[in-house]
Design a protein around this ligand. Structure first.
Ligand code: UDP
Ligand code: MG
Length: 312
C-alpha cells in the first residue's frame, strides 16, 4: 500500500449506461497501483437508475461513496461538492463517461509525487466528438485567455489532480457560478500538464447540452474577465466619434446647400444603435445578476443522500 490517500471525484448525471463500467475500470487501476483510495460519486439529480446503481455499488464496497443532489445543479456544482466532501491527500476529478481514461491517473500521481500541486489533463486529441464541439471548445479557450488576466491552459477540461492544499483553497472560495478550471489556474501553485488522448464516450450521450455549454462559456468569461464591459465602453466612444463626424458632415452639407437625403440609412443607424444599446444593457445585467447571486448567498448545491461516509 502507498502511504497517501487518493480521492477520486466522479460527477454523474444520467450515467446508468456506463456507470458500472466506470466503477470497474477505476477500481482496476486503483487495485493495480495499490492505492489507498475512495471513489466519490456525485449524483447530480439523475433521472435514471444512476442513484440505484451507486447505492448497490457502495453497499458492496465501502471505498465507493456517493453524494446525491436534490436536483440537477450542474457539473461544476457536482465537482465542487466532491471537493468539499473528500479527504484525500490528492484529489482526482474525472468524468463518469470514461472519456478521461482512468489509466492516466497513475501518471498524474507520479507528477504529483514529484512535487507538483496541480496536474491538469491536456487533451492531445478528442475522439468521437463532432468537429463543431472541438472547434467551439478551441475557440472558447483562446477567446477566454485573450480576455482574462489568468492564463487558463488551452485544451484542458476538469480532468486533473489537485493537491490537498489546492482543494482546501477551493473549498474556502465562496464564489457562485463556478468555473473550476479557471479558479484552479487563478489559485496558482505548481501546475503541470499531463497529456492524454480523450476517448469517445463509452456509452450514452453527452449530458452537456448546447445550453449547458453556452452557460459554462458565459460563466467562464464573466467570472474571469470584465473585458466585455470595457469593450462596450470603447465601442461607445467609437460611436461618439462617428456621430461627431456625421454631425460635422451634416452641417457642412447644409451650408453648401445640399441636403443629405435618406430614410433607409437613417433607419439602419437607429436600429443598429438600438441593438447595441440592448447588448450593452444585457451585458451589464449579466454582471449585476452575478452580484445578486453572490448577495443571496444560496449554496451551490443541496445534498439529499450520502452513502458510505464515516461520520454518518
Ligand atoms: N454532468 C453532471 N451534471 C450535468 C451535466 C454533466 O454531473 O448537468 C457530468 C456527466 O455525468 C459527466 C461529466 O459531467 O460525468 C461530463 O459530462 P459529459 O460527458 O456529458 O460532457 P462532454 O464530455 O460531452 O463535454
Ligand atoms: Mg463526456
Amino acid at each position: 500500500m502507498k502511504d497517501f490517500f487518493l480521492s477520486i471525484i466522479i460527477p454523474a448525471y444520467n450515467e446508468e449506461e456506463v456507470l458500472n463500467q466506470t466503477i470497474e475500470r477505476l477500481t482496476a487501476v486503483m487495485e493495480r497501483e495499490e492505492y489507498h483510495y475512495e471513489l466519490l460519486f456525485v449524483n447530480d439529480g439523475s433521472k435514471d437508475a444512476t442513484l440505484r446503481l451507486l447505492e448497490e455499488a457502495s453497499a458492496k464496497d465501502e471505498r465507493i461513496k456517493y453524494l446525491s443532489f436534490s436536483r440537477n445543479f450542474g457539473h461544476q456544482a457536482a465537482v465542487s461538492a466532491g471537493i468539499d466532501a473528500c479527504t484525500g491527500d490528492a484529489v482526482v476529478i474525472i468524468d463518469a463517461d470514461l472519456q478521461d481514461p482512468p489509466e492516466v491517473i497513475p501518471q498524474m500521481v507520479a507528477l504529483w509525487q514529484e512535487g507538483n500541486d496541480v496536474v491538469y489533463g491536456k487533451r492531445k486529441s478528442r475522439d468521437g466528438e463532432s468537429f463543431f464541439k472541438t472547434f467551439t471548445a478551441k475557440a472558447f479557450y483562446r477567446v477566454l485567455n485573450s480576455l482574462s488576466s489568468v492564463d487558463i491552459p488551452l485544451d484542458t477540461g476538469d480532468f486533473r489532480l489537485i493537491d490537498r492544499k489546492v482543494a482546501d483553497v477551493l473549498r474556502g472560495l465562496p464564489e457562485k457560478n463556478r468555473f473550476l478550471r479557471g479558479l484552479v489556474s487563478w489559485i496558482g501553485f505548481r501546475q503541470v500538464p499531463c497529456e492524454f488522448s480523450r476517448d469517445a464516450r463509452a456509452a450514452g450521450e453527452t449530458k452537456y447540452t448546447m445550453k449547458k455549454m453556452i452557460n459554462l462559456a458565459i460563466d467562464g468569461i464573466l467570472s474571469f474577465s470584465s473585458a466585455p464591459l470595457r469593450l462596450m465602453a470603447k465601442f461607445g466612444f467609437l460611436i461618439v466619434f462617428i456621430s461627431a463626424a456625421l454631425f460635422v458632415y451634416t452641417i457642412v452639407s447644409l451650408c453648401l446647400g445640399s441636403t443629405a437625403a435618406g430614410w433607409a440609412s437613417l433607419m439602419t443607424v437607429i436600429t443598429f444603435f438600438g441593438g447595441t444599446n440592448f447588448v450593452a444593457i444585457g451585458l451589464l445585467g449579466e454582471y449585476v445578476a452575478r452580484i445578486y447571486d453572490e448577495a443571496k448567498g444560496r449554496p451551490n448545491y443541496i445534498v439529499d443522500k450520502r452513502g458510505n461516509f464515516k461520520d454518518e
